[in-house]
Ligand binder design. Sequence first.
Ligand SMILES: [Zn+2]
Length: 412
Amino acid sequence: MAIATRSTLLQGLRCRACGELQPADERYVCAECLGPIEPEYDLDRSRAEDLRAEITEGPRTLWRYAPLLPVRDAVGDSPVGWTPLIPAPRLGAALGITHLYVKDDTHNPTLSFKDRPVAIALARALELGLDTLACASTGNLAGAVAAAAARSGLRAFVFVPETTEPGKIASAAAYGAHVVRVTGTYDQVNRLCGRLADEHGWGFVNFTLRPYYAEGSKTLLFECAEQLGWTLPHHVVVPVGSGALLTRTATAAAQLRAAGLVDDGHCHIHAAQASGCAPVSDAVLGGRPVTPVRIPETIAKSIAIGAPSDGDGAVSVVNASGGSAASVGDSDIADAIALLATTEGIFIEPAGGVVVATARELARRGVIHDGETVVLYLTGSGYKQEPTTGELGPVIPPDADAFHLAYEEVLR
Ligand SMILES: [Zn+2]
C-alpha cells in the first residue's frame, strides 16, 4: 500500500563530472560522459516557511522529507526513519563533550540506517516496474534489501563476503532473499555485482538505483536538524564505508541552507574509520588522495570497504566542512561499544564503536570546543553481531547462598 504522494522538488539529475542537468529517467550515470549523477532540487529561501510546515505535518518517517527526495509516485509506507536523537550526558562526561547527542538509527525496521537508502531505492524500483531488488553488501544492507523486497512482493538477491557475520546472513535469509555468499573481500563482491548489474535488469540498489539510493542517507541530517529545532549541529561524526553517508550528510546540510530551513552556521563533518581499513581517514590526516586498502582487517566489518566508491568525495567534504578524521584500533572499538552500552544503555555494532572512539579522539585533540553541539551517528545495532564485549559471570545453582558466594566481591 502506498500513501498519498507529496510533491518532490526534484528538477533532474546533475552530472558531478561535466555539470549537465538531465531528466530523471532510467539512467544512472551521465548520458554525456558516464560520470556520477545526483538529484538536484528547486530550492528557494522565500518558500522556507511553507516547506517547513509541510515537513512538520508529514508522517513520522523519512517520507516527511518527500519534497527533498527524488521519488515522484511511489512513496512507501514502511516505518523507516524519524529515529530518536538522544541526549547522551553520561557518555559526554566520559568523552569530555558537554553537548553530546547520539542519532540512534538502530531504531529502523532491520536495525540499521540502511533501511533509509533502501526505502528510496525501493520506491524508485516500483516506479520503474522492476521485479527484483539486489545489492552488494557487508551485511546490514543485505537485511534491509531483503526485508524491503519481501514487504513489496519482489524477489531479492543479496551478495555478501562469505566472512559476513552469521546474524546478518541469517536475517537476510529469513526475509526470503537469495543470499549469495562470495569468497574474497567486499570490493571483489562489489565488482562481481557491477558486472551482474549490466547483465540483468534488476534494481541493484547500489548500482543501477544508486542516484536514488544514496539520497536516503540525507535524511539522517534532515532529522537531526529538525530535532535540534531547525539548527545544524556544530559537529557530526560519521562512520565511513563507501563514503556515501558522509558525502550525503554534506549534501543535506547544503540543501537545508539553500531551502532556508536552517541558518548558515558551520557543520563540521568528521570521518570515523577503523585503523584496519581507513583509506578515507588516512587521506584526510595525511593530506593526500585516497589509497585503497587491499585486505581490510578489522572487527568493524560493516564499514570495511578498502576501495570506497565515494572515498575522494568524502575527503573533499571533510576538508570543505572544516572537519577532521580518526582511525581507531579494534580494542578501542570494543571499549567504545562497552562505554556506550554502560553509560547510555544503547548496544551498537563495531561501526558505532568506531564513531564513539573517534569522538573521544577528536575531543582529546581539542577539535571540539566547549558548548558546541556534537552528534554521533549510530548506524547499526549490536544485536545482529558476534559479541565483542560483555564478560559473563559464572553459572550458579538456584540457591541464594551460591549467589552470595559467587558475587561476594561485587556485593561487598
Ligand atoms: Zn557528465
